[in-house]
Design a protein around this ligand. Structure first.
Ligand SMILES: [Zn+2]
Length: 126
């Protein structure tokens, strides 16, 4: 894959494992988890779909963008600092490995209005 972007999501759920999201997405008839990475509330980084494969997380951007999902519902709650710090680490590493040009939200309500998108961009040098 020739990754040029990253899309950030929230799971719109409780604090779930990548394995559980994998089961949800299989039920939808997909090949399994559509995100490349899941970040838990305690900061744990869990691998999702292999980075060598296209994800299934953002229509029209799946062939160019890596999908990262933070667990929680950020329409209702703020992500914990540990979770945001892990996200910053993951993005920083991905930027060293790939020619990432864009870090984007999924859409207006994903990852939720309480997700500190501007702060995250600043921390990764965007
Ligand atoms: Zn999303």
């Amino acid at each position: 894959m020739n990754w040029t972007g990253i899309v950030i999501h929230h799971s719109l759920s409780h604090d779930v494992s990548a394995e559980e999201i994998d089961r949800w997405h299989k039920k939808r008839g997909w090949r399994g988890i559509g995100y490349h990475c899941v970040i838990r509330k305690n900061g744990k980084i869990e691998p999702g779909r292999n980075i060598t494969q296209q994800g299934a997380h953002a229509k029209g951007r799946n062939h160019t963008h890596i999908g990262i999902c933070l667990t929680g519902n950020f329409e209702r709650e703020k992500p914990p600092e540990k979770q945001i710090n892990s996200l910053i680490k993951v993005i920083t590493i991905l930027k060293m490995v790939y020619d990432i040009q864009k870090i984007e939200r999924h859409h207006e309500r994903c990852p939720g209005k309480l997700f500190p998108f501007k702060q995250v961009l600043k921390k990764v040098g965007e």
